[in-house]
Design a protein around this ligand. Structure first.
Ligand code: BTN
Length: 227
């Protein structure tokens, strides 16, 4: 992928802006007035943090797997820090959420929105504990590393399927083998996070020994309600 970069002072959301751009575009904004998170949540967009959306082609049935491609790419870009991934795609630093990823699909493209707390960690009304890089990484360097990794890992998915991405994801994963709580759209489940399946789901073993495959939801760790 030969990325073309578009920089904005202010947008509603880089994911919305990206709708107007072709595959291969990267939209970066200094400020978002209506940054979005997963499940229609707000993404507080504090000054100096990174707000970026990359436009990828549609990968058909594999498109949802780009969420793991994105998570691994962010983690690979921050190799100097002990970052971890919480299923499916939250990037944690010292247990706090450092970066979030919002994948959105149209008929013919996939928009990967990435927010990274480069300088400050929003604390208002947060569902999770948050973390920031406290200005230790230069924004432009990170943009270049991140988009190079994204291109590389997306290519890996296209060429070799999910297995190599899954292997990388597992190296960063937290919570496997632990008791977790998963909040789904209509219910909350508890159980042991037995494994990350070859399709990207959580295999959750519940107290009655039944196993549920989870493909959508928010994970919380039992010992720390703030995940
Ligand atoms: C989440 O963890 O809930 C996902 C957060 C995604 C935030 C990024 S910031 C850039 C892009 N534009 C948005 O409005 N959201 C994503």
């Amino acid at each position: 992928m030969n990325w073309k970069y578009y920089y904005f002072k202010e947008v509603n959301s880089t994911n919305d802006e990206a709708l107007n751009y072709p595959v291969g575009s990267v939209i970066i904004a200094q400020k978002q007035t209506a940054g979005r998170g997963r499940y229609g949540r707000q993404w507080l967009s504090e000054d100096g943090n990174l707000f970026l959306s990359a436009v990828l082609p549609d990968y058909g049935n594999d498109s949802p797997l780009l969420t793991f491609v994105a998570a691994v790419s962010v983690a690979d870009s921050l190799a100097d820090f002990p970052v971890r991934i919480k299923w499916p795609n939250d990037i944690l630093l010292n247990g706090g959420k450092l970066a979030g990823i919002l994948l959105e699909r149209t008929d013919d493209k996939v928009i990967i929105g990435i927010g990274i707390n480069l300088v400050s960690a929003p604390t208002q009304n947060m569902l999770y504990r948050t973390a920031s890089l406290n200005g230790k990484v230069a924004k432009e360097d990170l943009i270049m590393k991140l988009t190079a990794n994204l291109a590389h890992n997306a290519e890996l998915l296209a060429q070799d399927g999910f297995a190599p991405i899954r292997d990388k994801w597992l190296k960063y994963a937290v919570g496997i083998g632990e008791t977790i709580r998963v909040s789904l759209p209509n219910e909350t489940l508890s159980g042991i996070f037995e494994s990350f399946t070859p399709q990207g789901a959580i295999s959750l073993k519940q107290a009655n020994n039944t196993v549920r495959l989870i493909t959508v939801g928010d994970v919380f760790f039992e010992q720390n309600k703030k995940g």
